[in-house]
Design a protein around this ligand. Sequence first.
Ligand SMILES: Cc1cc2nc3c(=O)[nH]c(=O)nc-3n(C[C@H](O)[C@H](O)[C@H](O)COP(=O)(O)O)c2cc1C
Length: 354
Amino acid sequence: MKVLALNSSSRTGDVSKTEIILGDLLQGMREAGAEVEVVELRRKKIRYCIGCFTCWTKTPGVCIHKDDMTREIFPKYRDSDLVVLATPLFHFTVNAIMKTFIERTLPIALPFFEKQDGATRHPYRHKAPPVVVLSVAGFPEEGVFDALKFYARFLFRDHLAAEIYRTSSEMFLHSTGSRKVSEVREALIQGGRELVQSMKISPETLKRIHKPITTFEEMAPLGNLMWQTCIDEGVTLGEAQKKKIIPRPDSIENFLMLMRFAFKARKAADAKMAVQFNFSGQAAGECYFIVENGTFRTDLGTADHPDLIIESPFEVWMDIMTQKADGQKLFMEQKYSARGDITALMRFKDLFGN
Ligand SMILES: Cc1cc2nc3c(=O)[nH]c(=O)nc-3n(C[C@H](O)[C@H](O)[C@H](O)COP(=O)(O)O)c2cc1C
């Protein structure tokens, strides 16, 4: 089977969620014996359709433009056994690069009007290849794909082989160790195998591919904190990710949320500690976390028997946590105090990473 994957993401490599998710699907396809070619559309010269209809009359089936679409991509598209259209969701639909490609497939149709299933259509000049639509979106609700789903089904109708709509895309960059993300990625590989074997993806595999991995309540506070940190530091999200900038909590609730996000359960199997924070300053108040049997609990208020008590101005602890200040140096300078089992403090880096 000859598979053509057209990727319209404007990002590349390990920062493109479209590429990560498409990569898993294609891995499964290759494993099942398909010959896969990936074309990154952003690297190609594809001019806009100018609506001249030359491809329908003067040069039937051939576009007036002489660019990468006419020379390379359209012939490959027409002759493939399966085409994967992979696009990030932009403003609730395909991005402009993908839309430009789709409009330039006009030569595949004939100009005549036909009624098909009650709707006006143009018949195909050539047999249209089966298509898989794959899209990734930042938002967590499946409904974010409603407009694209409608569009894909109306456009590709009976040659729509499968649809893959992956929400919460950011999780695929930042939670590579997470079980939920790994399960989705395994399902994507399985989906690729099934497509080659049967030209479709089973409902069970699709359910695993589309399984929710975050909720608004989990995603939004952390996302908002990250955006605010980027604004405060005057950096783009990409720069923040490259520099591994840590979002800076502005409240005790956000501090605990970030700790929950950062907690590495795998590293905590043998750890047992209750850590109390008594904050003064910008966000005064008390809170604690408990690590036990690989689990992590947080709450406001005071722990019953804390192993370690940290007393600090909130902003000092946030400086340390976001690596703006050296914790050991500030400890020596008595900018904060730590009482009790100091070895617990030594394990923070291990349990929470950066
Ligand atoms: C211009 C623009 C529009 C976007 N529109 C949406 C949107 O409507 N819904 C959504 O959930 N995410 C939206 N996003 C987020 C992207 O879909 C998401 O980050 C995706 O994973 C990007 O894929 P990439 O990493 O391959 O570029 C938008 C991003 C950009 C830059």
